[in-house]
Write a protein that binds this ligand. Structure first.
Ligand code: 13P
Ligand code: SF4
Length: 361
């Protein structure tokens, strides 16, 4: 709208332009909701073309964002790779701030926008660059791997970045490269414990937690098994190890999507953020999704309304100080340069080593 007001008219042009998207999301979005969402979806898609912008949408975005306006969708690793490849002038990050910072670090010449600057992350907030400097003093000669869910300031202090899709691969790669048998893996304690079960490398961990995944426990899985004996249970590796032990499969958000799309289970439970199941369900009509899930309050700050505002007013631009960005880029680039797995890596729950402990900092 020329005056900046929200485009809310569900005209026949809007209905036609958004028809294919409606066909995809109609099992997860009500017709009433769509009448409000479709004009925004159409307006955002037009603005993207006008401004040479792309939207990178994480798997935890709601379906009208994920399927409606996302140009590249996926897990943290996939979005980082897409940011690196994109030739658009503007990236709108439909995700949280550390993801937008990662895009800016990889693409310093592009404008990176985040629709709400308050979209944080409990893991990213759990550790600072100063903490990492102290850790390196305490463990000289031990490589530092950090999860992508960290600030650019933290990434500037580390040796290599990882995501849940490649954490085991990165830990083993860096240990071999440095010729060491232990690696510091920051900041998610549960991811570190789950990685430790997949490798002979000794893991030193920080006590950060994802506020969404830490809330799942073994009792939840036992109760689900009793209530839905035929359901396949898929869990994210940010969950406690006791949850993964009882699950049928564990992997990043992309690995969970891949599992459902390939195996087409009759009934499935995704132990992760709520929107994930909605997004996969739009593409997997033959699968029934049982939905115990936790909402990520940070991801849910991103809406069609504020994506529209972001594109219209060029807000909120994410900047990373040049010297921090240059050092953080090395850590992210080392990860991106590793060969991508043929399929998103899974955590091998059958071969997992149990009773493995990690050293906590
Ligand atoms: P992935 O998409 O990398 O699995 O991460 C999940 C997550 O919690 C992102 O914030
Ligand atoms: Fe952070 Fe967890 Fe939310 Fe992901 S789901 S952004 S790790 S708090």
């Amino acid at each position: 709208m020329a005056d900046g007001s929200m485009p809310l008219a569900f005209t026949s042009e809007v209905e036609t332009a958004t028809g294919p998207i409606w066909e995809k999301v109609k099992t997860r979005v009500t017709p009433l909701e769509w009448r409000l969402q479709a004009p925004l979806v159409a307006a955002i898609n037009a603005l993207k073309r006008e401004k040479n912008a792309v939207i990178l949408a994480h798997n935890y975005m709601t379906p009208e964002i994920f399927h409606g306006v996302g140009d590249y969708v996926g897990d943290s690793l996939g979005l980082a790779r897409e940011a690196a490849k994109s030739d658009a002038a503007v990236i709108v990050q439909a995700g949280v701030l550390f993801m937008a910072e990662t895009s800016k670090v990889i693409c310093p010449d592009k404008t990176v926008l985040i629709p709400d600057l308050r979209a944080g992350c409990s893991l990213a907030a759990s550790i600072t660059g100063a903490d990492v400097r102290l850790i390196k003093q305490r463990y000289p000669g031990v490589p530092v791997v950090a999860y992508i869910n960290t600030t650019a300031e933290v990434k500037a202090e580390i040796d290599i970045c990882c995501t849940s899709a490649n954490a085991v691969q990165v830990v083993e790669h860096v240990a071999a490269e440095w010729g060491v048998d232990r690696v510091i893996l920051l900041p998610d304690e549960f991811l570190a414990r789950n990685v430790a079960r997949q490798t002979a490398i000794k893991i030193i961990a920080w006590q950060g937690r994802c506020e969404v995944h830490e809330r799942f426990d073994a009792t939840d899985i036992i109760e689900l098994r009793a209530a839905y004996p035929h359901a396949e249970i898929l869990a994210h590796p940010e969950c406690p190890a006791e949850v993964l032990e009882l699950a049928d499969f564990a992997g990043s958000t992309a690995a969970m999507t891949d599992y459902v799309m390939r195996r087409k289970p009759r009934q499935v439970v995704l132990i992760t953020e709520c929107s994930m199941a909605d997004n996969v369900a739009c593409d997997a009509p033959e699968t029934e999704f049982v939905r115990p899930c936790n909402l990520c309050p940070h991801m849910k700050r991103i809406t069609l309304e504020n994506i529209y505002e972001a594109l219209l007013h060029h807000q909120f631009e994410v900047k990373v100080e040049a010297s921090i960005a240059a050092r953080a880029r090395l850590a992210v680039q080392r990860m991106i340069d590793m060969p991508p797995p043929a399929t998103p890596a899974r955590y091998d729950l059958v071969k997992a080593r149990h009773h493995v402990d990690v050293e906590l900092i």
